[in-house]
Design a protein around this ligand. Structure first.
Ligand SMILES: Nc1ncnc2c1ncn2[C@@H]1O[C@H](COP(=O)(O)OP(=O)(O)OP(=O)(O)O)[C@@H](O)[C@H]1O
Length: 686
């Protein structure tokens, strides 16, 4: 008698126990099931067979054992048994009922007898198995077809029992087994309904006589499909993992209880917390200030967006978006995406700076930004509007600070070149060599020594747009010749290059010096002057249009309010009279400086600029004489530095007047560089 253990005391195990307990070929020593209240428990009690919770105990207690029949249907249990018992002479039979039958048939040829004796019970087993079974007798007539086989072949037992198998299943290989009398194991086959099956066919003997053949087959269509799905799932999983791991946003996932499951490298970078510190730990672990959004989401099952908090040991400012993970209506956990705010703030800051740079590069003013209704200014604006509509070069003339650059912007923006570049070049502020390469660009290798790649100049950059050449009176003779060529030929030659490059750029030139005088002194080419002066526009000085002072002041105050974060509303009447009396050698720029200074001196409660806020402006003479403190209040307010600056401004004003506004000469006279002179003029609003 073979000593047997059955593992699994469910329906299958229980039925098997009943059948086997009645044979005298096998002795069932015990049954194993991790669930002590399984279905087979009563059968075990009835047959007085012990029920064990794990098979290790059963094997140890019941040794020696010949056969273990595993009917849990759990592949893992079968694999474990095979693994642990590989050195023992114990036969392990996997869950399939069919396998048990093979074993019994092959070993003992007892099946048929048993089937005869226990027809009903055996039928129950045969019909409850997942495997399809068809048996034929020695005449190839069907003797058995179980429920599963009926389903798979769409044949009905009552129609086919007693029929020749080839008549109902033309492709059946069972007749071949009758002939060869050999077992065919695990043959792949396709049924007519496109089902993929695996079949094992065995010849059946009784008392050594061939009495028929049995085919047992399993539908593997679903397994194949599942295998495909698993493969798909695997690639999706790999893809998701790649996405999560490469994301720059920190990601953390917790389970339904709020226990950490997964984080990505960005999470560690932002919070400073590693996997060891987070995985398996409560969701609150990473929070240094604020509430856990994971916990909130798990409680409410609703997503949270844009919650601010501080995380990790560095108390990083972050914004989090958290969403629940719900699978088939069951909450499985939540996923959080954390954005580093400090990075965002840095980027916003950089963006602001970039925008500011762009603003200074583009032409920002339009004609509406030119304030003043005086006849002189209105005339200049009309001229400029007309000029804007033509392709001609424009020559803006007027004292420093009158608004020439403002006009140049407005002209560009009014013209059909407005969507292209506007480039401003101060011809006096850069050295001649630099100016040349800045204006015309250079070819690779044009500069000996350091290796530099070729570069476009401003003329090429401004192609189809406008170039504003400020302080054109300061151009060197060499540069004057080159500019004349650009205006005549509409082409430039890069420094170090030979090939001319065609360009289409409108030139808007400007100067505050007496050009005619410079021509007379042979400092400026008359041919260039005539080319530029085809469309001259004279911008009036502020002293010629004092009626614009109030409007201009109000405009400049609102601009300064924005710069200084103030809320000044206007100018008191007496202060305005003071402004009107003044001569304004530095024009609108000087007005802007004086108002800006007044606003700095004002208390936060002051809403209008009063005379006391304009200490440097008593009357026209004040600008040209040494400024002396007028009151005790002013005496304590003025520092030595400020008094020295007043003196410097006075000297600069006088020197400029003496040189009729010619900055090169003024710089020479005062023994300072032209660049330094520009810096100082700008500082004092001259
Ligand atoms: N009519 C005006 N309306 C509003 N603002 C003005 C006006 N005229 C000049 N401004 C302002 O005065 C300042 C000086 O103007 P701008 O730089 O255009 O003068 P400019 O004649 O080009 O001076 P420079 O000859 O020294 O280069 C700028 O801030 C400008 O916005």
């Amino acid at each position: 008698m073979k000593r047997v253990i059955i593992i699994g005391a469910g329906e299958g195990g229980s039925a098997l126990l009943e059948v086997l307990s009645e044979t005298d070929q096998l002795e069932v020593l015990g049954v194993v099931d991790k669930d002590p209240n399984s279905v087979g428990k009563l059968k075990c009690i009835e047959l007085n067979i012990p029920l064990y919770k794990d098979w290790h105990t059963a094997v140890n207690k019941l040794a020696p054992i010949d056969v273990i029949i595993e009917v849990t249907g759990d592949q893992q249990v079968y694999d474990d048994l095979r693994h642990y018992l590989k050195n023992d002479p114990i036969t392990v039979i996997p869950s399939s009922i069919a396998s048990i039958m093979f074993y019994l048939m092959e070993e003992k040829e007892i099946l048929i007898e048993e089937v005869k004796n226990h027809n009903d019970k055996m039928n129950n087993i045969l019909n409850s198995t997942h495997d399809g079974m068809i048996a034929i007798d020695g005449d190839e007539k069907i003797t058995l077809i179980n429920k599963r086989a009926e389903e798979m072949t769409s044949l009905s037992a009552k129609d086919v029992i007693g029929q020749k198998i080839r008549d109902v299943m033309a492709t059946s290989k069972l007749p071949r087994v009758l002939r060869t009398k050999t077992i065919e194991r695990n043959r792949k086959q396709t049924l007519s309904s496109n089902r993929a099956i695996i079949t094992t066919r065995v010849p059946m003997f009784s008392n050594g006589q061939l009495i028929g053949a049995l085919g047992v087959f399993r539908d593997i269509t679903e397994i194949v499909k599942m295998a495909e799905e698993v493969t798909n799932l695997k690639s999706i999983q790999t893809m998701l993992e790649a996405i999560i791991y490469s994301s720059d946003d920190a990601i953390s996932v917790v389970d339904e209880k709020g226990i950490g499951l997964l984080i990505n490298p960005a999470y560690t970078r932002i919070t400073g917390l590693t996997e060891d510190q987070v995985i398996g730990k409560p969701a609150t672990t990473d929070i240094s200030e604020g509430e856990s959004m994971h916990m909130q989401v798990l409680q409410t099952k609703r997503a949270v967006r844009g919650a601010k908090m501080k995380v990790g040991p560095y108390r990083k400012d972050v914004i989090v978006n958290v969403a629940p993970v719900i699978v088939d209506d069951t909450l499985k956990g939540s996923v959080g995406v954390i954005h580093d705010m400090s990075e965002m703030e840095e980027l916003t800051h950089e963006l602001e700076r970039a925008k500011q740079i762009i603003r200074t590069l583009e032409a920002k003013y339009h004609f509406e930004d030119i304030i003043g209704g005086s006849t002189e200014l209105t005339f200049a604006i009309q001229q400029a509007k007309v000029a804007a509509g033509t392709p001609a070069s424009i020559f803006l003339r007027g004292e420093s600070g009158t608004g020439k650059e403002l006009f140049a912007h407005a002209i560009h923006n009014e013209s059909n070149r407005k969507y292209n570049k506007f480039i401003r070049v101060n011809c006096a502020a850069i050295s001649e060599t630099l100016l040349e390469s800045e204006l015309f660009g250079y070819e690779e290798g044009a500069f000996s020594g350091a290796k530099r790649g070729g570069k476009k100049g401003f003329f090429e950059e401004a192609n189809n747009g406008s170039i504003f050449l400020d302080e054109i009176g300061e151009l060197s003779p060499n540069m004057q010749a080159k500019l004349l060529r650009v205006l005549q030929e509409h082409e430039i030659v890069r420094v170090g290059g030979a090939k001319p490059v065609e360009i289409d750029v409108r030139v808007i030139a400007a100067t505050n010096v007496d050009m005619e005088n410079r021509i007379a002194e042979k400092e400026f080419r008359s041919d260039l002057y005539y080319r530029l002066n085809r469309m001259p526009i004279y911008i009036p000085s502020l002293r010629e249009r004092k009626e614009d002072l109030l409007d201009l002041s109000l405009h400049l105050i609102s601009k300064l309010n924005q710069d200084y974060g103030r809320n000044v509303e206007g100018v008191a009447n007496d202060a305005l009279s003071k402004l009107v009396k003044y001569d304004w050698p530095g024009n609108v720029r000087e007005l802007e400086n004086i108002l800006g200074r007044a606003m700095i001196h004002m208390n936060y409660t002051d809403k209008v600029i009063k005379t006391t806020h304009l200490p440097l402006l008593s009357d026209k003479e004040v600008a040209n004489k040494t400024v002396l403190p007028q009151t005790e209040h002013q005496l304590t307010e003025k520092t030595l530095q400020e008094m020295m600056e007043d003196q410097e401004k006075k000297i600069l004003t006088q020197a400029l007047e003496q040189n009729k506004g010619n900055k090169t000469k003024t710089a020479q006279m005062l023994s300072v560089s032209v660049r330094n002179l520009y810096y100082k003029l700008d500082k004092y609003g001259l």
